[in-house]
Write a protein that binds this ligand. Structure first.
Ligand code: 16G
Length: 239
């Protein structure tokens, strides 16, 4: 309940009360929450105060606003451990979610200097450029642009539309060894927000991965844009 004599701001107390209901599971993901007016009446505060609490919870990913419909409890974020080197297909399956890909474009391009250096090939050698939207249970999670040297293996649309790139690579007799990866915060640009079905300017995570085979050769360079409201990356640390 709200304590009006507390030094804690009212909006913060409301925010915490709503957060608790979501975290305890009293309010299920996907359910619609009361209107600002109803909250204001229940808590006997102004609508401005309620709005501030709700805005913060939307920004933190606990709630999602749907234009003309209302405000809903968000789905739980996918927690991804940054430990094993796994594929999107494996990650989703291990959570009981159905992975899928929309192949946006697939072409052979000539590597520019930077790409050639990272993939350890000669500049102007060909690379596959693969743009995919990755979905879990039909919900878009990430946009991925992958570069793979053409001389390494044969890739066809079919391998990318239905299957997993990593499975294809392994079925072709390669062993994937390790990767280096970076993560940084950003905001969704217009085109990205449309594909990911989020608001323009919503938080996203930019992830870059460079993966190596056991032969020591680079397999891929991947630039991805992950939805900030659906993903949480976890790292275990030991002192
Ligand atoms: C993940 C990897 C990506 C890899 C893809 C293969 C991250 C940030 N990226 O999305 O580098 O190419 O899996 O997925 O985790 P697939 O085998 O399902 O096609």
């Amino acid at each position: 309940m709200i304590d009006k004599t507390s030094p804690l701001p009212l909006y913060y107390q409301i925010e915490e009360a709503i957060k608790q209901k979501i975290e305890k599971g009293d309010w299920e993901p996907g359910s619609m929450i009361s209107s600002e007016r109803e909250f204001a009446e229940n808590y006997e505060v102004s609508r401005m105060t309620v709005r501030q609490a709700i805005n913060n919870l939307v920004n933190d990913g606990y709630l999602t606003r749907s234009k003309g419909k209302g405000t809903f409890v968000s789905s739980k974020k996918i927690e991804q451990k940054l430990l094993g080197l796994t594929s999107f297909t494996e990650d989703m399956k291990s959570r009981g979610l159905e992975p899928a890909s929309k192949l946006v474009s697939f072409q052979k391009i000539q590597a520019n200097h930077k790409l050639a250096k990272s993939l350890e090939i000669q500049p102007s050698e060909e690379v596959y450029e693969i743009k995919r939207v990755r979905l879990a249970d039909d919900v878009p999670m990430a946009i991925e642009t992958t570069f793979v040297p053409v001389q390494l293996l044969d890739l066809q649309e079919i391998h990318l539309k239905k299957g997993s790139l990593y499975s294809h690579v392994e079925n072709a007799g390669f062993y994937i060894d390790y990767a280096t990866q970076s993560l940084e915060a950003s905001i969704a640009r217009e085109a990205e927000s449309e594909i990911l079905e989020i608001a323009k300017g919503a938080p996203v995570l930019l992830i870059q991965r460079q993966t190596y085979l056991t032969t020591g050769k680079p397999l891929e360079i991947v630039h991805s844009v992950y939805r900030g409201d659906r993903y949480k990356f976890m790292i275990d640390m030991k002192r």
